[in-house]
Design a protein around this ligand. Structure first.
Ligand code: ADP
Ligand code: MG
Length: 926
């Protein structure tokens, strides 16, 4: 596939459908393209004209004398396939299809799109649209849109699914002098989608933050991978339309009913560090402040104001929006008492009074900026008679410069404060017309920062077997689907719980009374009887659950009553028998743990308050698997019941949170292993005297065939790739475990790096690196297995696990090449480990269909260079380094087109390694 860089930075652009006719898309687009003449050549194409806009007009793409990087098509839909075919023949890199009349008009349009897709796949060029406004990159004076006004250059990239909304926002942005590095309207996303654009922008030096208007995400896996790669360095702010529309309602489980579109999108965005906002205005407010390096480290806001009333209103808003008013420190109070007039408010909001001059306001600002109880400041000004609004603004600009704490400003009014606002804008001090906007933005800033911190917190080790034997379950599922029995019985579901080590109450399936009595004797009284039928999903709704059966007489009696009752209440149901279960006494908490497959994001996991009131209380959190310890804890924390679980409630003891984390992780690994599971509820998951038991389990299978061409087709984040876990031996016989790195490995990785000799350390980092901070280690350990792979070699010494080597492979932006690096602890060098790791990386690169694997090695790193030579790498010397590269396949244009037309997840998405995050070139050779 062509690199999208070329179509986004074209030297030659052709416009098909160019015309002089006023009021047409063709004319408007041409005018825009011509603004950038000099930066790029523009070729009008239209068979019916010789000259357009005073330029020679070409009859078709083929007749253009040079290579065309970008083609903009503004001709009627019907003509587009033919035009696109010509583009393919001419070898163009990218096409923007502005024309409408495709899938939005129905079957005919969809057919046209399919035709275009096929042509695109054949030639490999990229397509933006159809049915879009086009794109613009003001920084390189490229405007391939038919917009009336050209966006101004700036550092915000704006991707909008809706062209109309996009233009409306741009209109507003022009007036507000917000500038853009890129504007792109996505249209129907026949090819390029959000993931591609974010990937492109992630390494675009002109872009500092990305704002996105989404209706539907397109390829969710691609989006997640791209967003996860860049959200830390370039804030991504998303407005998602359709807050109140929910997905298909044909669901049988509680999880299915609870986890609607809104909640799932929320969870997905949160999972990759994307900030979701509620309103259009928030998009820009956030985009401009999130890119400042100053994000609040806490929610505690201090307000300085020269008017009491507005200050109080603002402080109410802080509480309304879930914020926190800072409690000023004693030192601050003392300083303010000393220097402010006696009538000052003596607390937060700090009212410096209506007659405040610049000095007094400045003193308050300075004091608050150094108060460690204050995370951020809202500076407010209401112009009153003598207030020097503009001078105050200059002072705030000066004071807030180079400070770590964010300062947001609200200068109320219009004319009187226009100059002050201009000053703020010029100096990138965030300024708002109402306290509400400012506080809301502050809360977003805080949420964004906190989410990133939480996301990259190092999970603690939880002993969970990620590969429990499960072939018996796979066979069972296959058979159930073949037999059309999509609801697994509790007894079958128990086998899942047992395989994944999720504790449950003793119990079993009984076909008749005799068997029921036997099971009851085995599990011990009191027991619970539950009706078992494929046709009954919610048992207690029809009186299908009898609790507290204390002896055999009672059981015999209740058994027949149960069967009779169900026969009356649900005559059409085929009754298979009953499930006899030990009764849990003194249940402290009833929870729910569930999963469902979302249309866009695949499998999601739900945790919350359970029991019969789940849908009433709606106290739950959603997470995307795979879930690790930190993510499990996060999900719990998001619920209301968490307070009770962690602290206890009245006379009920707290739950064992570690156990709950473990259960959630095990559940997540079960979800990951079974794409066939459509919906699943464990409800209740009961906490009994600190222990956790799955009481009722419902598994609904998906009758639709699963595409198994790639692993984990039902997940958007690749789970821990257990297939690369291999036991191995060093040449001296030492046992080594080779396995992909995990976020949990941070301490081990740090110890490993710190233990390297100076020489080995320099070979790895090109200078001596020790005691890397968490932010760096996270990048080594918390990786996206879709774009990167790191295999660590681990040994166990005296019961302690130690890292003795690591090999890393990072995909290039276009996924054609992978960059590798290997480092081995000094005392384990020359034992064959380096070769083994390089060999594994080559295998992984081949599996991902890279054309080659390369690395940069210090010139004096003789052992590595000789290893590379032995393994067939070519070695090219450049100054201090050597570039080593191994071709993995011979690439002809034919074969590369073929390769791209095949489905190739997990390695399908376009990626860029996080270049700017690397301390290049040190990072290159590991
Ligand atoms: P369903 O959800 O199909 O109605 P459940 O098996 O969840 O059926 O039973 C309904 C409720 O009965 C549970 O929410 C729980 O409160 C209670 N219950 C069921 N089984 C037990 C048990 N073994 N011990 C204690 N309470 C139980
Ligand atoms: Mg239940």
């Amino acid at each position: 596939m062509a690199d999208i860089d070329r179509m986004f930075s074209p030297r030659a652009v052709a416009l098909i459908g160019a015309t002089d006719k006023e009021g047409t898309v063709g004319a408007a687009t041409l005018k825009n393209l011509l603004q950038g003449k000099g930066k790029h050549t523009v070729y009008p194409v239209n068979p019916s004209h010789e000259v357009v806009a005073g330029l020679k007009c070409y009859p078709n793409i083929a007749s253009i004398p040079e290579h065309v990087d970008l083609v903009v098509i503004a001709t009627p839909a019907k003509s587009v396939p033919e035009v696109v075919e010509e583009c393919g023949k001419a070898g163009v890199d990218g096409v923007v299809i502005i024309s409408a009349g495709f899938r939005e008009i129905g079957a005919d349009g969809t057919r046209l799109e399919a035709e275009i897709s096929a042509i695109r796949a054949k030639y490999g060029f990229r397509v933006l649209g159809p049915n879009c406004v086009g794109f613009a990159r003001p920084s390189i004076r490229l405007n391939a849109t038919f917009l009336k006004d050209s966006p101004e250059p700036g550092s915000i990239a704006f991707i909008s699914q809706s062209g109309a909304l996009g233009s409306a926002i741009l209109d507003w942005a022009t007036v507000s002098h917000v500038g853009f590095s890129l504007f792109a309207s996505m249209g129907s996303m026949l090819d390029l989608d959000f993931g591609d654009l974010i990937d492109f922008l992630g390494t675009d030096p002109n872009t500092r933050s990305i704002i996105v208007y989404v209706e539907g995400i397109g390829n969710a896996r691609k989006f997640m991978s791209a967003a996860r790669g860049f959200a830390r360095t370039k804030p991504i702010v998303v407005l998602k339309a359709g807050k109140y529309t929910t997905g298909a309602k044909a669901v049988q489980s509680h999880t299915g009913a609870l986890a609607g579109d809104f909640e799932v999108y929320d969870a997905a965005f949160k999972r990759v560090g994307v900030l979701r906002v509620d309103e259009i205005g928030d998009l820009f407010n956030c985009a401009s402040v999130l890119d400042s390096r100053r994000l609040p480290s806490g929610p505690r806001l201090a307000i300085v104001t020269n008017a009491g009333g507005p200050g109080v209103l603002a402080s109410d808003k802080v509480t309304d929006l879930g914020g926190e008013l800072a409690k000023l420190s004693d030192t601050t109070m003392k300083a303010l008492n000393e220097h402010l007039p006696p009538y000052w408010s003596r607390g937060n909001p700090v009212d410096v009074l209506g007659d405040a001059d610049v000095d007094r306001y400045e003193l308050a600002m300075k004091t608050l900026l150094v108060d460690s109880n204050v995370d951020g400041i809202l500076a407010m000004c209401t112009p009153q008679g003598v207030t020097p609004a503009t001078d105050l603004a200059s002072m705030v600009v000066k004071e807030s410069k180079d400070k770590h704490k964010p300062v947001l400003t609200v200068w109320m009014g219009e004319k009187g404060v226009a100059e002050a606002r201009r000053k703020f804008a010029e100096n990138s001090v965030p300024s708002y017309s109402t306290p509400e906007e400012a506080i809301k933005t502050y809360m977003y800033m805080y949420r964004y920062r906190r989410n990133l911190d939480l996301l990259y917190e190092t999970p603690s080790e939880i002993p969970v077997d990620l590969m429990p034997p499960n072939s018996h379950l796979r066979l069972m599922v296959r058979k159930a689907i073949a037999d059309g029995k999509l609801l697994l019985s509790q007894a079958d579901a128990d086998k899942f719980l047992d395989a994944y080590n999720i504790p449950r109450l003793g119990g079993g399936f009984a076909r008749g009374e005799e068997e029921a009595l036997m099971i009851a004797r085995r599990v011990g009284y009191p027991v619970v009887l539950k009706i078992v039928s494929q046709d009954i999903v919610h048992k207690s709704d029809i009186g299908g659950v009898i609790v507290n059966i204390t002896n055999s007489e009672m059981l015999a009696h209740e058994y027949s009553k149960l069967i009779d009752r169900v026969k009356i209440l649900k005559p059409e149901a085929k009754i298979d028998g009953v499930y006899v279960q030990r009764m849990a006494k003194s249940v402290d908490y009833e929870l729910i743990l569930g999963s469902k497959k979302d249309r866009d994001f695949g499998a999601v996991i739900l945790f919350g308050s359970g029991g019969i009131g789940v849908e009433l209380f709606r106290d739950f959190a959603i997470g995307l698997p795979p879930i690790n310890q930190v993510l499990a804890r996060r999900m719990m924390e998001e619920t209301t019941i968490y307070k009770a679980l962690s602290k206890g409630l009245r006379n009920r003891p707290p739950a064992n949170l570690k156990t709950l984390e473990e259960v959630i992780i095990r559940f997540s690994s079960m979800v990951a292993d079974f794409p066939e599971i459509a919906e699943m509820d464990v409800n209740p998951l009961s906490v009994v005297e600190g222990k956790v038991f799955a009481v009722d389990v419902r598994i609904l299978l998906d009758p639709k065939p699963i595409d198994r061409s790639a692993p984990y087709p039902h997940m958007v984040i690749l789970p821990y790739p257990t297939k690369y876990v291999v036991p191995w031996k060093l040449e001296d016989g030492t046992d080594v475990l080779l396995r992909p790195i995990r976020p949990e490995d941070e301490a081990m990785e740090s110890e490993f790096i710190n233990g390297l000799s100076e020489e080995t350390n320099r070979y790895r980092f090109f200078n001596i690196v020790r005691n890397l901070p968490h932010s760096d280690l996270v990048r080594f350990c918390n990786i996206d297995y879709d774009r990167e792979m790191a295999i660590v070699a681990e040994i166990t010494e005296g019961g302690r696990r130690r890292e003795i080597g690591v090999g890393r492979l990072i995909a290039e932006p276009d996924r054609r090449r992978g960059e590798f690096a290997v480092v081995i602890a000094d005392q384990y060098q020359t034992k064959g480990l380096g070769r083994k790791l390089v060999d594994m990386l080559i295998d992984i690169a081949e599996e991902r269909r890279f054309e080659s694997i390369f690395g940069v090695v210090l010139r004096d790193n003789a052992p590595m260079l000789s290893l590379c030579r032995e393994m067939g790498f070519s070695v090219k010397y450049e100054e201090d380094y050597a570039h080593v590269e191994l071709a993995l396949r011979v690439s002809t244009p034919q074969s590369s087109a073929e390769a791209h037309s095949q489905p190739q997840p997990p390695a399908e998405s376009q990626t860029k390694p996080q270049r700017e995050q690397r301390e290049s070139p040190a990072d290159i050779a590991q």
